[in-house]
Design a protein around this ligand. Structure first.
Ligand code: PGA
Length: 250
């Protein structure tokens, strides 16, 4: 049995005060906080407040990015060690917005994933195809390239500690969710890549989250797919009620 994970990616939204207000409302709305792992990824400056607000509730705080060096002259960057020190448990790596707008590559995903693991953080590694790639029947080729470029160099022990988020880029922030069947098909393919590179035990233990316009209205359909082990939620994680509804409905 894979334990579900519901993760919120706040992107570049919310100050420290807004974070405090969010958790005050969210924590009173979540009815069963222990049936799944809950992670929230605020922007860097709000991390300490998020950690403080969630300490007694078993909610994990994640960062949205990291740099692989432990420290040094790298203006604007934040290391895994600093995230651990701030109280983070996890970190999103290779989100499509980082790939599209900030030049993230499969190589940087690999280095960041390793750095996160070396510091004891759980990397949430994002993969997913563009609309043009899906329309050209390249989805599997893209996923294979991202898996091999970003993850194949991990040791089996390292691989068993990561989460993968399948986020088709055409479904992110567009209101256009992949159907549960489309998502499940991609998840099955990712699992087959894990089985081929590692072992079938690694593949069946791997938790793969779906991301892309997840909302309270579509979470039930997604969770019915046994291939889907949770969700990475952007827009709908910003409102305490809608994020709590997603958690409560899983
Ligand atoms: P969305 O974002 O839920 O707003 O589509 C998902 C994500 O980018 O992780």
């Amino acid at each position: 049995m894979r334990r579900p994970v519901i993760a919120g990616n706040w992107k570049m939204y919310k100050t420290a005060n807004e974070t405090r207000a969010f958790f005050r409302a969210f924590l009173s709305e979540v009815s069963r906080p222990t049936h799944c792992d809950i992670l929230v990824a605020p922007p860097f400056p709000a991390l300490p407040v998020a950690v403080e607000c969630t300490r007694d509730f078993g909610i994990g705080i994640a960062a949205q990015n990291l740099y692989w060096e432990p420290e040094g002259a790298f203006t604007g960057e934040v290391s895994a060690r600093m995230l651990v020190d701030a109280g983070c448990r996890a970190v999103i790596v290779g989100h499509s917005e980082r790939r599209q707008f900030f030049g993230e590559t499969d190589e940087s995903v690999e280095r960041k994933t390793k750095a996160a693991l070396d510091s004891g953080l759980t990397p949430i590694v994002c993969v997913g195809e563009l609309l043009s790639e899906r329309e050209s029947h390249l989805t599997e080729a893209v996923l294979k390239g991202q898996f091999e470029g970003g993850l194949a160099a991990l040791t089996p022990a390292e691989f068993s500690r990561i989460l993968i988020a399948y986020e088709p880029v055409w479904a992110i922030g567009t209101g256009r969710t992949a159907t549960p069947e489309i998502a499940a098909e991609a998840h099955r393919y990712i699992r087959s890549l894990a089985a081929a590179r590692f072992t079938s035990e690694h593949a069946s233990a791997l938790r793969i989250l779906y991301g892309g316009s997840v909302k309270p209205e579509n979470i039930k359909g997604l969770m019915l797919q046994k291939e889907i082990d949770g969700a990475l939620v952007g827009g709908a994680s910003l409102e305490p009620k809608s994020f709590a509804a997603i958690v409560n409905n899983w």
